[in-house]
Design a binder for this molecule. Structure first.
Ligand code: NCD
Length: 312
């Protein structure tokens, strides 16, 4: 399994993962899930992973750290790099990355600016893994999302996927669409507030890949023949001013008991989390609510990715 961007094994975009690589990665993630249950010898002893996070995170940082520790590696971490690292003294991202690369064998980076991971990769001597760059991409979330779809539904072709919520700013959506568009028979229904629509180039790329793209005015209307509902949070921190209309619109795009009643029995509801009201907690006990299982998949998928990036 080979992940390469330039000369090093950076992970910057979901575009780096063709289906054959995804299959290999998912097979490895399955092995990692077994290893989590049954144990096994350390795979990355003596290797060190740095997490450099300039934006808040719970799941991504902790699941990367857990993955590295479970592989027998070690972790150095700055949780709030914007305030606690030398960024506050005016150090550039490029310099910070050069320095941290001297302390660790790979850098997991989260940053508020789109393109930050590519900038870091351009100067880093060790692999950089993009853990979210502004409204750009979040490729490792997309990997665990696709792995979840595959394990929940048993297939990746002929999927009918509803993308809901903040499609303009949701980087997990942008990365997941890139992965999904590689599979035949895809139909994507876009269901979100008017002001938060999927950017035109992404819609165009989807259509060019052969996918059918539709828009829906409400989630209730969108889910009737869906296989996957991928719900997302309005990315309030990326909006220049609160979108009052989007707030009102949001009610039409909530996952409620009524929406679940309209959703086919074999479908799943996913969400990268955190959720802030766009899924009614009453839905949690429905077996089709896959979001907590999805979050758990973050560890084996990131173990497989780290083993591939850092292994021999
Ligand atoms: C997402 C992110 O950071 O983009 N969270 C995550 O990594 N699971 C989604 C979000 O913050 O809404």
């Amino acid at each position: 399994m080979e992940i390469r961007s330039g000369g090093t094994r950076h992970v910057v975009s979901a575009e780096q993962f063709p289906p054959a690589l995804l299959e290999a990665l998912f097979a490895s993630a399955g092995e990692m899930a077994r290893r989590l249950r049954a144990g096994g010898p350390p795979l990355l002893p003596g290797r060190v992973m740095a997490t450099l996070f300039y934006e808040p995170s719970t799941r991504t940082r902790l699941s990367f750290e857990s993955a590295m520790l479970r592989l027998g590696g070690q972790v150095v971490s700055t949780e709030n790099a914007r305030d606690f690292s030398s960024a506050i003294k005016g150090e550039t991202l490029e310099d910070s990355v050069r320095i941290v690369g001297g302390y660790a064998d790979c850098i997991v980076l989260r940053h508020p600016e789109e393109g930050a991971a590519a900038r870091a990769a351009a100067v880093s001597t060790v692999p950089v893994i993009n853990a979210g760059d502004g409204r750009g991409e979040h490729p490792t979330q997309a990997l665990l999302d696709l792995y979840t779809i595959r394990s929940e539904l048993g297939r990746l072709e002929g999927l009918r996927v509803v993308m809901a919520g903040d499609l303009a700013n949701g980087r997990t959506v942008h990365s997941l669409i890139r992965l999904l568009s590689q599979y035949r028979g895809l139909r994507v229904t876009l269901a979100g507030p008017e002001e938060l629509r999927l950017p035109a180039p992404a819609v165009q790329a989807l259509r060019q890949s052969g996918a059918e793209v539709r828009e829906a005015q409400s989630l209730l209307e969108a889910v009737v023949d869906a296989d996957v509902v991928y719900q997302t949070r309005i990315q309030a921190e990326r909006l220049s001013q609160p979108l009052a209309a989007a707030g009102q619109d949001a009610a039409r795009f909530r996952v409620t008991r009524e929406v679940m009643a309209a959703l086919p029995p074999g479908a799943v509801v996913m969400h990268p989390l955190p959720r802030v009201g766009e899924i009614d907690p009453e839905v949690d006990s429905d077996p089709r609510a896959a979001y907590f299982r999805q979050a758990r998949n973050g560890v084996p998928v990131r173990m497989a990715l780290l083993a591939s990036v850092l292994g021999e």
